[in-house]
Design a protein around this ligand. Structure first.
Ligand code: ATR
Length: 278
C-alpha cells in the first residue's frame, strides 16, 4: 500500500454531492500552508461505521460527518468532548494514536458567527430555538454557555422539546413548549433548527413573537433566501441571517481541532455568499 503524501480528511454523508466542505477546507489549507487533502465521500445508509473504519485504516486523519450519520459518529467515537456528549451527535472525528475522538463544532460555529461575524451578544438575551431534532441538540450547550436570560425550545411535537429541556436544564433557564404556546411572548433572537425549510416552509409562529429589534437566524442556508429568512424580513427583524456563516465557522473549528491553526473565515464566507468559485 502506498502512503498518501499529505494528510487525508473527508466528509461523509448521504447525500453528499452538494457539500461545500471540500472547497472550504481546500481554501483553509492553502491559506494556512497546511498540506492536506479533503474529499466528499458518499456512504450508504447503515454503512457509516464500516466506511469510517476503512478510511482510518487507509491512513485517514479525521472526518467530518453530516446528515444522516451524526449519531452513528457519536457511537463510533472512543472519546467524546463534553459538548458532543451532550449533543448526542458528532460532526468531527479525529483519529489519533489514543483512539477516535468525537466532537461537535456546529454549536461553536453558530456562536462564533453570531458573536464575531455579526457582533450579536447572547448574554442576557431572550432566545427562542425552533425544533428539537439533531440540529437543535447540536447547538444547545454552546448557546447556554453564553448565558442568555432564557432559552425556550418550541417544537411541533412539544414532548420532544420538553425532553430536551430536561437534558440541558442544569446549564441555564431552559423551557420547552409547542408553537401555539408562544402566543403573547417575544424574543430577542429566534433560531430556526427545524427541517421545515426543506419544503420552503416555516413553523406556525404567532404575531409579535419577534421583539422589536429582534434578530432571526436560520441554521439552514440556500442560494436564495430561506423561508425563515424571508419571514424574518417581513417581521422587520434587525437582521435575518442564514446558516452560511455557521457552515464556514463550524468548518474552521474542525480545521483547528485537526491542525491546531485557525483559518481566516471572512473571505470564504464572502466568496460563497457572492456565488464565487473558491
Ligand atoms: P435535524 O437533524 O435536521 O434536526 P431531525 O432530527 O429529523 O432533523 O429534526 C427535524 C426537526 O424539524 C424536528 O424538530 C421536527 O419536528 P418534530 O419533532 O415535531 O418532527 C421539525 N420539523 C420538520 N418539519 C417541520 C415542519 N414542517 N414544521 C415544523 N417543524 C418541522
Amino acid at each position: 500500500m502506498t502512503t498518501p503524501s499529505s494528510d487525508q480528511y473527508a466528509v461523509m454523508g448521504n447525500p453528499i454531492a452538494h457539500s461545500q466542505s471540500p472547497r472550504i477546507h481546500a481554501v483553509f489549507a492553502a491559506r494556512t500552508g497546511q498540506h492536506l487533502e479533503y474529499r466528499a465521500l458518499l456512504v450508504e445508509l447503515g454503512g457509516f461505521a464500516a466506511a469510517a473504519k476503512a478510511f482510518r485504516a487507509s491512513g485517514g486523519k479525521g472526518l467530518n460527518v453530516t446528515v444522516p450519520f451524526k449519531q452513528d459518529a457519536w457511537v463510533f467515537a472512543d472519546v467524546l468532548s463534553a459538548r458532543a456528549e451532550r449533543a448526542g451527535a458528532v460532526n468531527t472525528l479525529s483519529f489519533g494514536p489514543a483512539g477516535v475522538r468525537g466532537d461537535n463544532t456546529d454549536g461553536p460555529g453558530l456562536v462564533r458567527d453570531l458573536k464575531i461575524n455579526h457582533g450579536f451578544s447572547l448574554a442576557g438575551k431572550r432566545l427562542l430555538l425552533l425544533g428539537a431534532g439533531g440540529a437543535a441538540r447540536g447547538v444547545l450547550q454552546p448557546l447556554l454557555l453564553e448565558k442568555p436570560a432564557q432559552l425556550v425550545i418550541a417544537n411541533r411535537t412539544a414532548n420532544k422539546a420538553l425532553e430536551l429541556t430536561l437534558r440541558f436544564s442544569d446549564l441555564g433557564l431552559v423551557s420547552g413548549c409547542g408553537f401555539a404556546e408562544l402566543a403573547g411572548r417575544s424574543f430577542d433572537l429566534i433560531l430556526n433548527a427545524t427541517a421545515a425549510g426543506l419544503n420552503d416552509a416555516i413553523p406556525p409562529l404567532p404575531e409579535g413573537v419577534l421583539a422589536a429589534d429582534g434578530w432571526c437566524y436560520d441554521l439552514m442556508y440556500g442560494r436564495k433566501p430561506t423561508a425563515f429568512v424571508r419571514w424574518g424580513r417581513e417581521q422587520g427583524a434587525a437582521q435575518a441571517l442564514d446558516g452560511l456563516g455557521m457552515l464556514v465557522e463550524q468548518a474552521a473549528e474542525s480545521f483547528y481541532l485537526w491542525r491546531g491553526v485557525w483559518p481566516e473565515t471572512q473571505p470564504v464566507i464572502e466568496a460563497l455568499r457572492n456565488g464565487h468559485t473558491l
